[in-house]
Design a protein around this ligand. Structure first.
Ligand SMILES: Cc1cc2nc3c(=O)[nH]c(=O)nc-3n(C[C@H](O)[C@H](O)[C@H](O)COP(=O)(O)OP(=O)(O)OC[C@H]3O[C@@H](n4cnc5c(N)ncnc54)[C@H](O)[C@@H]3O)c2cc1C
Length: 507
């Protein structure tokens, strides 16, 4: 009988949904420097792709984001193929089981991947480590790289007691005291030309990527899938992948000069000279950043080059400020741990009224049918495109908490399913840091409108109600003031009736 063939020794790059690129990728770089054949792996673990959220049972990854991810993975596969390498994907298998089978077929020298922060990701990471250890294989080697600032380049330890930066401003000041952004070229992979010696294929790998329906399994619902065709009202059609990310970067900075001329930025809602509801006011780069199709350091380097070669404006400063926000949310979540998923959040904030879990009220909020156009336009946009700007996310969150009194975790789960740019720290930390303070409103929800921004910001950012009318076509025929506050129609009908009565009485 022939002796069983010797197993091949390989290094593995374990791609996840947060690092789908070939530039500025420390695990790829390390694996390709290490000399052995490299096996590039992506696992369609049903936990992420066909799982459900904890409270409401929404699909953990909705159809819009699933499509974006499939496009991103296809693009990654093509980019690796251009270097002579293969992306091996496995579907309908847990990550731990996939690594078990990998150990059956190969000698795993080491697994290279990016570092995670949130509990579910860390649990899967621990399972992989356990498999490797129990099978006496090489180690799981982890690298930082999702953030703008590499953790080793911070001049402070984000795990120190939270007092070190318990607010965004404190964090920014700490960072600006002396941390540096490393070049996006520092961890650029250098591919060894793909060949039998440098590239590993896996006979158990899928022959093709799954469809959206296959990836989502039983969680797929055709009625909740807006499909692949761009909604006529949306500014962009999302296309996943590094190629589309770099094209968006080129278009927004170099082709259209939008960064200097149009950009407002997620958190610049207070500047009365700006409107973040006009087309081009938002960079809309978040889906690519969230999936790692674009590294924040590549974006940073391009912004610096743009400032040198074209314009240096408040807007070019502000995009870096937004990336700092992103880091604050990431590093803040390291310390906050699972408290960002709890109803009181990291600061253990609770209202002096009872939370409501009224599902029909939640559904009206989700469907953009609350009767408040400034909220409804954003929620309808989000449902069909997977995106709305920061102001829309924040005000709809305040409204849900302060005015509807709903358990905000149900809403955060809706964001988790629907957002094309969902990233756990960005979603859950923002809910607790930006929206949960609405519990401090005095008196129970429903007594009077708490979120007055709903009225004020509508006038400032959407003076002609163009945006509102785009997403709420039933208001199209109304003048802007009434479209923003349609309840005034009842008031004017009332006063007409009053005038009629008056004249009748007087006759
Ligand atoms: C309740 C709530 C939930 C959110 N959930 C997410 C989420 O799941 N994923 C996500 O990427 N953003 C989330 N955000 C942050 C923010 O709304 C989006 O990043 C932003 O709207 C994306 O648009 P943009 O690319 O045009 O942003 P820009 O203004 O161009 O900003 C550039 C990038 O900086 C990052 N960024 C900016 N502000 C923030 C912030 N406050 N927190 C984290 N990152 C930030 C994003 O990656 C963004 O793409 C959330 C905000 C709130 C209030």
């Amino acid at each position: 009988m022939a002796a069983p063939a010797a197993k091949r020794r390989v290094n593995v790059v374990w791609f996840k949904c947060t690092d789908l690129r070939t530039h500025d990728h420390a695990p790829l770089r390390a694996a390709h420097r290490a000399g052995l054949p490299v096996l590039h792996l992506y696992v369609f673990d049903p936990f992420w792709h066909a799982g459900r959220t904890r409270i409401c049972g929404f699909p953990k990854t909705g159809a819009i984001r699933t499509r974006f991810q499939l496009e991103s993975i296809a693009d990654l596969s093509q980019r690796l193929a251009a270097e002579g390498h293969t992306l091996c994907t496995r579907s309908n298998i847990s990550t731990a089981q996939c690594f078990e089978e990998l150990c059956d077929d190969f000698v795993v020298n080491a697994v290279f991947a990016f570092q995670e922060i949130c509990s579910e990701e860390l649990r899967i990471e621990r399972q992989v480590r356990k498999v490797l250890r129990s099978r006496r294989q090489g180690a799981l080697e982890l690298f930082w790289g999702f953030e703008l600032y590499h953790r080793d380049d911070l001049n402070f330890d984000p795990l120190r007691p939270r007092g070190a930066f318990n607010s965004y401003t404190a964090f920014r000041k700490r960072v600006e005291e002396g941390s540096r952004v490393r070049s996006s070229m520092q961890e650029a992979p250098v591919f060894r030309k793909g060949s039998g010696d440098t590239s590993a294929r896996w006979s158990r790998a899928d022959v093709a990527l799954p469809t959206v329906r296959q990836a989502m399994g039983a969680t797929y619902d055709a009625d909740c899938d807006p499909g692949d065709v761009k909604d006529a009202r949306a500014e962009l059609k999302w296309i996943g992948g590094e190629t589309a990310a770099l094209a968006r970067l080129k278009e927004y900075l170099w082709d259209d000069d939008s960064l200097a001329l149009d950009y407002v930025g997620a958190t610049m809602t207070m500047d009365t000279a700006k409107s973040c509801m006009r087309d081009k006011a938002m960079f809309k780069i978040s889906p690519w950043l969230a999936h790692g199709c674009l590294s924040p350091r590549r974006l940073y380097d391009e912004v610096k080059r743009y400032e040198e070669e074209r314009h240096k404006t408040k807007s070019t400063y502000w995009i870096i400020h937004e990336l700092l926000w992103r880091d604050f949310v990431r590093f803040g979540s390291i310390e906050a741990k699972t408290s960002i998923f709890t109803i009181g959040g990291p600061k253990d904030s609770h209202p002096n009224w009872e939370w409501s879990t009224d599902k029909s009220m939640l559904q009206r909020w989700i469907d953009g049918k609350t009767g408040f156009p400034f909220i409804d336009c954003f929620m309808r946009e989000m449902k069909v495109t997977g995106y709305c700007n920061h102001m829309g996310r924040e005000t709809s969150g305040w409204f849900l908490i302060g005015d509807l009194g709903l358990d905000w975790r149900m809403a955060a789960e809706w964001f988790e399913t629907v957002l094309v740019d969902y990233e756990p720290t960005a979603n859950w930390f923002n809910w607790t840091y930006r929206c949960l303070p609405a519990v401090k409103a005095k008196g129970p929800p429903g007594e009077r409108l708490r979120g007055l921004e709903i009225l004020k910001w509508g006038t400032q950012h959407d003076p002609d109600a163009t945006y509102i009318k785009r997403w709420l076509p039933e208001l199209k025929a109304l003048p802007a003031t009434i479209a923003r506050e349609p309840w005034r129609l009842d008031m004017s009908a009332e006063s007409d009736r009053g005038a009629g009565n008056g004249s009748g009485n007087g006759a």
